[in-house]
Design a protein around this ligand. Structure first.
Ligand SMILES: Nc1ncnc2c1ncn2[C@@H]1O[C@H](COP(=O)(O)OP(=O)(O)OP(=O)(O)O)[C@@H](O)[C@H]1O
Length: 617
């Protein structure tokens, strides 16, 4: 970690410069006046220390001289000294406040850019792989450093200029005093090493940080809170979170202590050099090779040089920190660009060719287990295809590939005769619709909870009302105090719904798009009673058969629903083991017939038992 090659350090430096330029442009767009004030104050401050030192030398030398110019020299020196002091003190305060305010505003912009980039990634890999999540987490935590990167550059520039001026004056007294510049290197090197150790500790514990954060959020969310309560798992989870926190704190503390050690040794070097500089100047004064004013100058600038070097060191540290966040930021932008793909073609009509999968194989990134292999499928437009298979057979994975959330490792997917990879992914997503078993509860006003299924129509009351009606959710809305404008969910003091009611709204969301090309229904009715489920599927099947350009893909374990599909595909261990209509598959007496008969027999048994119980009354 510490052995960074010069090449990679150079790349990091270029990347940081690029980000500094980018954030400076953002700051300029946000408030050009404030940026101008800060830059002017910074330049004035760069010369303030040297001016203070010079004025003090003049005061002392003038006090010793006897050429009658004493009063003029004193007045001039005091004037310069006061001006330099005021510039340094007041300018610093003003600049600091302005910089902070602007950094906050730029931080907002950077966060927005991060959200936009994340939202533009059409695939889901970055949300499901720990190493990606860790990077996103680190980036989210350090956006402040990213936003402040242009000021870190400015501050470092000021510190370097003012340290340069001080050194120039010191060398004027005696060239050996220039060695103080060399002594600035150990603190710089030590600070860089300390920062890198700290960054390494943060990266190594990012997963623990995420774990702790997640457990805290689980405690606060009603869904998980309920299960934690029932299982009495609070103490165990609390302990897990605590242990994760301890690991983070210990690693960071260790790195901080190490950093302190490195920084202290750096400063000890400098202190020794400063003492040496004073001894040298005193000996020059006693030999008449320097004036008392020179000694004054060395005392002042030598002390100030310490702060200037400190400014340079912390400036470089801030740049390094921004550089670390920059890494993650540039990774996110590159990943978004890469995943966005090169597809630019318009989405074709499906009426002619439908969707075809040919020899598709897929393994989740970071996993070794092949989830799908040699999958060949033809999904015909205007029809419903049902996917069945045991848990883990690969049904949801297949849905994810068809939706474009993941890209197959081998094989191809064609949509309307064109490779899916060549289609504009944003345009493709605008033609998808669907509902999942693990649907999300959007805690928004009802019209947006439903309307978000088609962002173009989310404020169209007529469309929202239609979707609500078709999903059989109208009675739910009828009972809400403000109808479609009712705020949902307890997070914002809204009305809480039952699981089945939330699921009805998720189905309404899937019905928002009037003419999707691909509608995926991945066990979306698990929380509904059988009658409600039947009604909902009636709606979807009717729409499937009356919309000739639409393909409906249904994943279900309920064979009473599956049997109504036009085409049924059985997945077994990631392969298509059978396909055909219900009648064809029953006649084949294969896996489907076996599963169907087992479920039908179980239903029959249940019905008989309850009938017998009723007979007993
Ligand atoms: N994000 C992921 N990363 C790695 N492996 C995954 C991921 N999601 C699913 N898998 C694995 O892929 C396999 C297929 O999962 P998938 O969810 O597609 O099955 P399924 O047929 O839909 O199952 P179920 O009926 O239980 O919903 C499983 O072995 C699962 O462990």
């Amino acid at each position: 970690m510490n052995g960074k090659s010069p090449k990679s350090a150079g790349r990091q430096g270029t990347a940081t410069l690029r980000i500094a330029h980018h954030t400076f442009a953002l700051a300029w767009r946000t408030d050009p006046f404030v940026v101008s004030v800060v830059v002017c104050l910074s330049l004035a401050q760069a010369g303030a220390v040297a001016a203070t030192g010079l004025s003090q030398r003049w005061v002392v030398d003038a006090a010793q001289s006897s050429d009658g110019q004493l009063l003029v020299a004193l007045a001039l020196a005091v004037l310069i000294g006061v001006a330099a002091h005021v510039t340094a003190a007041a300018g610093n305060r003003t600049r600091y406040n302005y910089q902070h305010d602007l950094t906050d505003r730029v931080d907002l912009e950077v966060n927005r850019e991060i959200l936009t980039a994340t939202a533009s990634i059409p695939t889901l890999e970055h949300l499901e792989r720990p190493e990606f999540l860790n990077r996103l987490e680190l980036l989210r935590r350090h956006t402040g450093a990213l936003a402040g990167s242009c000021w870190a550059m400015t501050d470092t520039g000021i510190a370097v200029i003012s340290a340069g001026l001080s050194l120039w004056l010191l060398v004027g007294v005696h060239p050996a005093l220039g060695a103080l510049a060399l002594l600035a290197l150990p603190p710089l090197w030590a600070a860089d090493r300390a920062k890198r150790n700290l960054a390494a500790a943060r990266t190594a514990t990012a997963e623990d940080q995420r774990l702790e954060d997640r457990i805290h959020r689980m405690f606060l969310a009603p869904e998980s809170g309920k299960e934690i309560y029932l299982a009495g798992a609070g103490a165990v989870l609390d302990e897990t979170a605590h242990a994760a926190r301890i690991r983070v704190v210990t690693a960071v503390l260790k790195a901080r202590l190490g950093a302190l050690g490195w920084q202290l040794s750096g400063w000890v070097c400098y202190a020794a050099g400063y003492i040496g500089a004073l001894i040298l100047t005193v000996s020059l004064v006693t030999r008449g090779a320097a004036s008392l004013g020179d000694l004054m100058l060395v005392i002042t600038l030598g002390t100030q040089l310490r702060f200037q070097i400190h400014g340079t060191v912390s400036g470089f540290s801030l740049i390094a920190e921004a550089g670390h966040a920059t890494d993650h930021y540039l990774w996110l932008l590159a990943h978004a660009r890469h995943q966005r793909g090169t597809g630019t073609r318009a989405v074709p009509d499906l009426r002619q060719h439908g969707i075809r999968m040919r020899d598709v194989a897929f393994t989740y990134p970071g996993s070794h287990e092949q989830v799908l292999s040699g999958v060949n499928l033809d999904l015909q437009p205007g029809t419903t295809t049902a996917l069945v298979g045991a848990n883990g057979a690969g049904k949801t994975t297949l849905v994810k590939l068809l939706s474009g959330m993941y890209v197959p490792n081998t094989g191809r997917i064609e949509v309307g005769g064109m490779p899916l990879a060549e289609l504009d992914p944003v345009a493709w997503r605008r033609r998808l619709s669907g509902a999942f078993q693990d649907f999300f509860r959007f805690q928004l006003p009802v019209r947006h909870t439903v309307g978000i299924g088609d962002p173009d129509a989310m404020d169209d009351t007529e469309q929202v009302t239609r979707a609500v009606r078709e999903a059989g959710a109208a009675p739910i809305i009828g009972r809400l105090p403000d109808g479609l404008d009712t705020q949902l969910g307890t997070l914002y003091g809204g009305v809480e719904l039952s699981q089945g009611q939330w699921q009805r709204l998720a189905l309404a969301r899937a019905l928002m798009r009037r003419h999707p090309l691909l509608l995926v229904l991945d066990e979306p009715t698990a929380a509904l009673d059988p009658l409600a489920e039947h009604e909902v599927y009636e709606v979807f099947m009717r729409q499937a058969n009356t919309d000739p350009g639409r393909i409906t893909l249904l994943v279900s374990h309920r064979f009473s629903t599956v049997r109504k599909a036009d085409h049924i595909v059985v997945l077994d261990g990631g392969r298509v083991s059978e396909q055909g209509t219900h009648a064809e598959l029953m006649a084949a007496h294969g896996r489907y017939a076996e599963l169907y008969s087992t479920q039908a027999a179980a239903y029959q048994e249940e019905t008989d038992t309850s009938n017998n119980q009723l007979d007993g009354f």
